[in-house]
Design a binder for this molecule. Structure first.
Ligand SMILES: [Zn+2]
Length: 484
């Protein structure tokens, strides 16, 4: 779908979930599932007289991302206060970074190369900032529109966030998906975030069409939803233009259950956040030495890993890319590959049926029960001819959702492949007897042979060995011909 005049820029907020403590205090980061307002201290509540202390590890993580996204690093970090009033923000300002008043983004002018429909494309990164997450508002009915009041929970307040902002270089929802998929794969390879955690990954998408007003869609929670929200916005804005209207500049909210965007507020001008340098946080120098240390500790990144998969395991670019774009899947592949050496077969199983069931069951990587050992065993049973590919597909969902052992499963369900010629010959004879017309037809028409083989398969619930069955059907037809 080529979108003429469509301009999309993304603003991605990623929690640094690998950190043990918040950005400016020692409160732990595992706030999820805790009772409201228990994961807090005077610093992240913004009480008077407290002093924030920056989490050094957060700076190192941000440097890693800057290097991975080919950015120019600033040689110092100056934190600023971004003022706005909202109940989830106890200090009435958020500690962030700014371009001006002596502060700069931690890094700027980077890029990420992506591949869409077999073509390379470069998306420029405007800047990356470190900032703190605000608290959360919750609604008794679960919905802002129907609740009579809202509650505030500061457990999340002060969690370290990276804000990654692109230039409006993206032109289609598919390009946005490709960009985000690769970005997330990089962040996960760096080991700094786990986006399957609720709220760890939020995207604001700016979109305009052919010079119309820029619409910002706020707080989209998944890559799939970004693609859906953008597709919806393109249609909505197009239909306004088609009716002779003008798309106005506004902020919209993505309703992921109804799959539509809804207007939040119309913007006339830029908000004035009255930024100023935070006097409680001295500037931090980013020395060449620190950058060098971080560079030495950089793990393998997706582009390199794809090439290595092609070389080490003989995979084609497509299979290698699909695996590496889901880091946990690539990790699982390598664990199975240590136990079982038909690499292409592992890759095929993982990227087709395996992923289909993971998506079908809506599992996060943590919920998947399949171990490398069990997957290797399953494929070995297939190679040894104990089970057919049909049975592999039948057991797979049980392995993924319950972690069942394939050997136990086939014993219990009597699913082993039938290779006993005598047993199969009896079935073949019975089927030829019952389907005499088809059998006579098969003497001259090879297609009718497949029909008979299919009948044997049906009777044995797919357990008959296909090549033995075919051989027996031919033998029995030859005998029928002699009898005639
Ligand atoms: Zn705290």
């Amino acid at each position: 779908m080529a979108e003429s005049g469509v301009k999309i820029g993304l603003e991605i907020h990623v929690q640094l979930t690998a950190l043990k403590s918040k950005l400016f205090c020692s409160c732990p980061t595992d706030y999820r599932g805790k009772p409201p307002n228990t994961n807090i201290c005077p610093v992240c509540l913004g009480l008077p007289g407290v002093l924030p202390v920056v989490n050094r590890k957060a700076i190192e993580y941000a440097i890693m991302v800057a290097l991975a996204l080919n950015c120019k690093l600033s040689n110092k970090v100056v934190f600023v206060r971004k003022h706005y009033f909202y109940p989830d923000l106890p200090k009435n300002y958020q500690i962030s970074q700014y371009d001006g008043i002596g502060s700069t983004p931690l890094c700027r002018d980077g890029y990420l190369q992506i591949r869409v429909n077999g073509k390379n494309k470069v998306v420029r990164i405007r800047r990356i900032n470190i900032e703190e997450d605000p608290g959360r508002l919750t609604y008794p009915t679960g919905d802002i529109a129907t609740s009579r009041y809202s509650l505030v929970d500061y457990n999340r307040s002060g969690i370290a966030l990276l804000e990654i902002v692109t230039e409006p270089d993206i032109h289609t929802p598919q390009e946005a998906r490709a960009f985000l998929t690769k970005l997330v794969s990089i962040l996960e390879h760096l080991g700094i975030t786990d986006i399957s955690l609720e709220g760890a990954f939020r995207v604001d998408a700016n979109i305009s069409i052919g010079g119309g007003g820029r619409v910002e869609v706020k707080n989209i929670g998944s890559i799939k939803d970004v693609e859906r929200a953008l597709s919806y916005e393109i249609l909505r804005q197009r239909s306004i233009v088609a009716k002779g209207g003008v798309v106005k500049r506004e902020t919209r909210h993505w309703d992921s259950s109804k799959r539509i965007t809804v207007s939040l507020r119309v913007k006339e001008t830029e908000e004035d956040y009255r930024y100023f340098p935070d006097p409680d946080l001295p500037p931090i120098t980013i020395s060449d030495e620190l950058v060098k240390q971080v560079m030495e500790r950089m793990p393998e990144l997706p582009d390199h890993r794809i090439k290595r998969f092609m070389k080490q395991y003989g995979l084609d670019e497509y299979r290698a890319t699909v695996l590496v774009m889901e880091k946990w899947l690539a990790d699982l592949f390598e664990s199975v590959a240590k136990l079982y050496s038909n690499y292409k077969r592992i890759a095929d199983l993982l990227i087709t049926d395996f992923m289909r069931w993971v998506n079908e069951f809506r599992l996060t990587p943590r919920d998947v029960k399949a171990t490398p050992q069990v997957l290797a065993k399953l494929l070995r049973l297939l190679d040894q001819g104990v089970i057919s590919i049909k049975i592999v597909k039948e057991i797979l969902p049980e392995i993924i959702s319950k972690g069942v052992d394939p050997e136990d499963y086939i014993k219990k369900k009597r699913l082993t492949r039938i290779a006993d010629e005598e047993y199969l010959r009896n079935i073949v004879r019975e089927i030829i007897h019952k389907n005499r017309k088809a059998a006579l037809d098969a003497l001259t028409n090879p297609r009718a042979i497949n029909y008979l083989i299919g009948m044997v398969m049906k009777q044995t619930r797919g357990r008959a060995d296909p090549s033995i069955t075919a051989k027996l059907v031919r033998e029995e037809l030859a005998r029928l011909k002699e009898e005639k």
